[in-house]
Design a protein around this ligand. Structure first.
Ligand SMILES: NC(=O)c1ccc[n+]([C@@H]2O[C@H](COP(=O)([O-])OP(=O)(O)OC[C@H]3O[C@@H](n4cnc5c(N)ncnc54)[C@H](O)[C@@H]3O)[C@@H](O)[C@H]2O)c1
Length: 548
């Protein structure tokens, strides 16, 4: 029999559990739970220890009662897939499976796993029968069939439906199921409830399932833990008892004293709140795409314009859109809403205009970066198809190692299609699985490679580990992410590391005017998303050179 491994991002191999190991694993956890019950601790199972689940599990495990004693015991339940099994042994060693800038996460996980012993992880679904509360943090994706057309796609409900089915077979009738997954509005009442109610009937359980919904607003990065624990929450329950239970639970585990809970009447309201919240954000980013092009073509520095507008308190959340709007949530959440209207609620008409348009604009914004690189190189008489291009930053936002739907991925794919040779540096990443495992990552058939030509060689794309080597001989450098390591790079040092002049493309307002000027003085070409004023700086520098 061949042995199957799950490989962690730092390359360690973990053997998948064999069928005979499941029973032993369950007995190990059951024994621990018996001990924990004697300590009067509530048993919480967190389903899915991904980005959200792992931090939520730690926050719950760190909960103390009024006397300061731990009041919850948390079991992180993770399916033993090739992609995710490694998270279980890693977590059980007291190590966070998520790399984050947050200084609180690692010590919190270590403390809860190794010292307080209030957190452990497992792969056996049977532990669900031990839970007082089940927190659902598994993914609900939206699969797009075309690039730049979110309507052409559907919600991928299968992992959620599958796990609800499993929960329904195992949980005690009194257990609260708290769905934190961002779902298509209507899911808790129209999908989760029937699945669990039917299973309860089969099991001879007469009582109503206790289902609740409360979405996460977690932000990976410096305030990762605080964005879960010290932040406002919205929740709702499917019936009175579920509502009371979810309010009690969240009051115990989250800092609701400083960040009061909002309790809505129905789960569909809480679910809709999440979708609108992220569609709103996607929309204010998307609408700046056209102004970004306007700025580039008319000598306007969008960065300065945005900073000028921001001072007005009513407009303080206007933000400069980088090279594509990535992350797990903004590209998909509006799609879940549009899909739900038709497929859960059965409406035929088409009421959605702004939300899908915003997502479509955001999904294709990064393609323009490739054009800027091409144009900058053309100005230097270097063809894109013969160019070595360095991308600085693979993550979707600054100071995290999260590459999901990052603008940089599409930049790499488009430039590869155009014939360029790509190299990538990101201080937070040793591997970029979207390329290295593009046949199976994020899932078979889901890679964005399917929207581009000539992507095969990207399987060999290795992350650069040192900046010196990454820069050496590059024809073009793309500042793609505002990682703090890139903000202070000075032009003289960069050109020295490159060993030549190069095309410098700023996607995120990283270069100030002095740096842009210096790059021109050093003989480089500079372009930037939304930064039309670079042309003016170039002309000034060239005029000064003529005078000399
Ligand atoms: N990542 C964010 O910043 C963020 C922010 C707010 C909300 N959310 C929402 O939170 C939810 C979870 O997101 P995430 O980023 O943690 O996703 P993720 O993919 O990192 O984690 C999901 C985890 O669930 C596991 N899983 C899947 N099916 C399972 C099953 N049947 N049993 C047990 N485990 C299973 C997966 O293996 C994975 O580890 C999503 O709905 C997302 O939209 C995410």
């Amino acid at each position: 029999m061949s042995v199957e491994y799950s490989v962690s991002p730092d390359g360690k191999k973990f053997t998948l559990p064999r069928p005979e190991e499941y029973k032993k694993e369950f007995n190990r956890i059951k024994k621990e739970v018996e001990k924990q019950r004697k300590l009067d601790r509530e048993i919480v199972v967190v389903m899915g220890v991904g980005f959200v689940g792992v931090a939520m599990a730690a926050v719950i495990a760190d909960t103390a009662d009024k006397k300061g004693n731990p009041s919850k015991f948390v079991i992180g339940m993770q399916r033993p897939s090739l992609r995710s099994f490694w998270k279980i042994p890693v977590l059980n060693r007291g190590i966070s499976p998520v790399v984050s800038e947050d200084k609180e996460l690692e010590p919190m996980i270590r403390r809860c796993v190794l010292d307080k012993k209030t957190l452990m992880a497992t792969y056996v679904y049977d532990v669900l029968c031990l839970a007082d509360v089940v927190v659902v943090d598994i993914q609900c994706d939206y699969q797009k069939e075309a690039l730049g057309n979110v309507r052409d796609g559907q919600a991928d409900m299968s992992p959620l439906e599958e796990s609800l089915g499993i929960m329904a077979e195992h949980i005690s009738p009194d257990a609260l199921i708290l769905i934190e997954t961002t779902v298509a509005p209507g899911t808790t009442e129209q999908i989760a409830y029937p699945i669990i109610k039917k299973a309860f009937s089969r099991r001879g359980i007469k009582s109503e399932p206790l289902l609740a919904h409360s979405f996460e607003r977690v932000m990976p990065g410096k305030n990762y833990v605080a964005s879960i624990r010290d932040f406002w929450r919205v929740c709702s329950g499917i019936n009175r008892k579920a509502k009371d239970k979810v309010v009690k639970f969240l009051n115990e585990v989250i800092n609701t004293k400083d960040y009061p809970l909002t309790v809505l009447d129905k789960p569909i309201e809480s679910e809709t709140a999440k979708i609108i919240e992220n569609s709103y954000r996607a929309t204010i980013l998307a609408f700046l795409d056209e102004w970004s092009l306007f700025s580039e073509r008319n000598g306007v520095d969008l960065l300065k314009v945005i900073n000028a507008i921001k001072v007005r308190p009513t407009h303080s959340n206007i933000i400069f859109p980088g090279p594509g709007i990535g992350g797990y949530c903004l590209p998909k959440d509006g799609g879940l809403g549009v899909w739900a209207y038709k497929h859960i609620h059965g409406f035929e008409d088409d009421i959605f205009k702004v939300t899908p348009l915003a997502i479509n604009i955001n999904d294709t914004r990064s393609l323009h970066v490739a054009q800027l690189v091409r144009d900058a190189l053309r100005n230097m008489s270097r063809p894109i198809a013969a160019a070595d291009v360095l991308v600085l930053g693979a993550s979707y936002r600054e100071d995290v190692g999260d590459t999901r739907y990052s603008g940089s991925e599409l930049v790499v794919r488009r430039l590869t299609e155009m014939g360029a040779e790509l190299r990538v540096h990101d201080p937070y990443l040793a591997h970029w699985w979207e390329f290295e495992k593009q046949d199976t990552y994020p899932q078979k058939g889901h890679s964005l490679a399917r929207f581009f030509r000539n992507q095969e060689k990207l399987r060999n794309l290795k992350m650069e580990t040192g900046l010196d080597k990454a820069f050496r001989g590059a024809d073009a450098v793309i500042f793609a992410v505002r990682h703090k390591q890139y903000l202070d790079l000075d032009p003289d040092g960069v050109v020295k590391m490159i060993g030549n002049t190069a095309a410098i493309v700023d996607c995120f307002g990283i270069l100030d005017d002095l740096k842009i000027r210096r790059y021109f003085e050093l003989g480089c070409e500079v372009k930037g998303l939304g930064r039309g004023h670079v042309r003016r700086i170039k002309d000034e520098v060239r005029r000064e050179e003529m005078k000399k």
